[in-house]
Design a protein around this ligand. Structure first.
Ligand code: FAD
Length: 389
C-alpha cells in the first residue's frame, strides 16, 4: 500500500479496515486460479454477503446496512485495490437504485429483506441488445400486456452474472418507438424472478478476455405478472437514467482501486528489481510513468469522492459522476500500462497478476457505458455543444 494516498483521509477507516481484512482471506492466488479455471468467486461473494457488505445500500428498515453511496464505493474500491475484482458482484449495488427509488412498497417488502439476508441475489441487469448497442432507446425486446400479465420476448447480450442471480432487472419496450413522441418513452422496467422462468429464458455464456460471467439471454414467451413492473409502464428509461449516476460513481471507485493496485505493485517492483546493478525505479523512464499514473489515479479518486458527496447530499451530480467514470477508467488504464511496462516480460506472466488485472481493468472504458458516450454527455449536456447522437 502506498502510504501517502491523498484519498485516504481516514474518513472511512472502519470500512477500509473491514474490507482489507476480509480480502486478505482471498489473496491474489485465489483470483488467479479462478481466472485460469473461469470460475465464479462463489466463496468470496458469500463472505461479502454474510458480512452484510453487498446489502449496504439497502435501508435499515429492510434489514440492510443503510449506508451512503460514498461508503458503498469504498467497499468496491478496496476489493479492487486488494487485487480482487468487484465486477463479479457489484451488480447487486448497481441494480438497487430502481427498486429503492421507484419500486412499490410491496416489491421492496417482498425482495429487499431477503436480499439483505443473503437468501436472494439480485445481480443481473439485462439492458444491452445486439442491434441497438449504446442506443438503448432502440432495444427490441417487447413486453405485451395480456390481462394481469406481460408476455416478454427478445434477446439480450452481455447480461452479466445471470447464472449467479435469482432476480434480474429487464428493460423492454411496452410501446413501439414509432408510436411515441419521445424515443425514451414506452420502455418499461421489470423484476424477473429467474427461479420461475423455466425454459422461457435461455442463457448462453459469452467468453470474454477476462473471467467475467456474461451471457446472451434469449427470452421466449416469458409470462410475468404485472406486479413485477417497476413504477409506471413506459417510464422505465427514466428509472434507468436515475440509477446511472450511482453506477458511474461505484464504477469509478473500482477503477481507483485498480489504479492503486497497479501503482503499488509497480512501485514495489521498480524498487526491488535490479538491472545494470541498480533498481530499475532509479531510472526516470521507469519512475515517471508510475508517478504520473499515481497523480492521475489520485485526481480521479478526488473527483469520485466529490461526485459521491453530491449524490449523498441529494444534489444533482450528473457531470461529476460522468467525469469521475471517465477519468478513473483512464487513470486505471494509465496505471495498468505503467505497471506492465515496469515488470518487463514478467508483466505478461500470469503468476505476477499484472496481466490479469490489466485485462480486468480494460473493461471499464467500455462498460457499462463506452467513454465516447460519456464524452458526448459532457460535450452536449454540460458544455452546451451540439448533440452528436
Ligand atoms: C464484460 C461485459 C459485461 C457487460 N455487462 C452488461 C450487463 O450486465 N448488462 C447490460 O445491459 N450490458 C452489459 N454490457 C454491455 C455494455 O454496456 C456495452 O457493451 C456498452 O454499453 C457498449 O455497447 P456496444 O458494445 O453495443 O457498443 P456500440 O454501441 O456498438 O459502440 C461501439 C463503439 O462505437 C462507439 N460509439 C457508438 N456510438 C457513438 C457515438 N454516437 N459517438 C461516439 N462514439 C460512438 C462506442 O463508444 C464504442 O467505442 C457488458 C459488456 C461487457 C463487455
Amino acid at each position: 500500500m502506498i502510504s501517502s494516498d491523498l484519498n485516504d483521509d481516514g474518513m472511512y477507516m472502519e470500512i477500509q479496515t473491514a474490507i482489507r481484512d476480509l480480502c486478505s482471506r482471498f489473496p491474489s492466488s485465489y483470483w488467479r486460479e479462478l481466472d485460469e479455471s473461469r470460475m465464479y468467486p462463489e466463496r468470496f461473494v458469500e463472505a461479502l454477503t454474510d458480512a452484510g457488505w453487498l446489502s449496504i445500500l439497502i435501508p435499515e428498515r429492510y434489514g440492510g446496512g443503510g449506508r451512503s453511496l460514498s461508503e458503498a464505493s469504498i467497499v468496491l474500491e478496496e476489493i479492487n485495490a486488494s487485487g480482487g475484482n468487484a465486477a463479479a458482484c457489484h451488480g447487486q449495488m448497481y441494480t438497487m437504485a430502481p427498486i429503492l427509488r421507484h419500486g412499490s412498497e410491496e416489491q421492496r417488502e417482498r425482495y429487499l429483506p431477503e436480499i439483505a439476508k443473503g437468501q436472494l441475489r439480485l445481480q443481473a441487469f439485462a439492458m444491452t441488445e445486439q442491434d441497438s448497442g449504446s442506443d438503448i432507446t432502440r432495444i427490441r425486446t417487447s413486453a405485451v400486456r395480456e390481462g394481469d400479465s406481460y408476455i416478454i420476448n427478445g434477446q439480450k447480450v452481455f447480461t452479466s452474472r445471470v447464472q449467479h442471480s435469482d432476480l434480474m432487472l429487464l428493460l423492454a419496450r411496452t410501446t413501439k418507438r414509432e408510436n411515441q413522441s419521445r424515443s425514451t418513452d414506452g420502455l418499461s422496467l421489470f423484476i424477473i424472478d429467474l427461479r420461475q422462468a423455466g425454459d422461457t429464458i435461455e442463457v448462453n455464456p459469452i467468453k470474454t478476455m477476462f473471467n467475467h460471467e456474461t451471457n446472451e439471454v434469449l427470452i421466449r414467451n416469458l409470462k410475468t405478472n404485472s406486479s413485477q413492473l417497476i413504477g409506471e409502464e413506459g417510464k422505465g428509461f427514466s428509472y434507468v437514467l436515475d440509477g446511472f449516476n450511482a453506477e458511474r460513481i461505484l464504477l469509478a471507485a473500482e477503477c481507483v482501486g485498480d489504479g492503486r493496485w497497479f501503482c503499488a505493485k509497480g512501485a514495489e517492483y521498480a524498487t526491488h528489481r535490479e538491472v545494470f546493478d541498480r533498481p530499475i525505479g532509479r531510472n526516470q523512464g521507469v519512475q515517471f510513468p508510475l508517478a504520473r499514473a499515481y497523480a492521475s489515479v489520485t485526481a480521479a479518486g478526488l473527483m469520485r469522492r466529490s461526485a459521491a458527496g453530491l449524490f449523498d447530499a441529494g444534489h444533482p451530480c450528473g457531470p461529476e459522476a460522468n467525469m469521475a467514470k471517465l477519468l478513473a477508467s483512464e487513470a486505471a488504464w494509465q496505471a495498468a500500462n505503467a505497471c506492465l511496462d515496469t515488470h518487463g516480460g514478467y508483466g505478461f506472466a500470469a503468476e505476477y497478476d499484472v496481466e490479469r488485472k490489466f485485462r480486468e481493468t480494460r473493461l471499464y472504458q467500455t462498460a457499462p457505458i463506452a467513454n465516447n458516450l460519456v464524452l458526448a454527455y459532457i460535450g452536449h449536456h454540460v458544455m452546451g455543444m451540439p448533440r452528436s447522437y
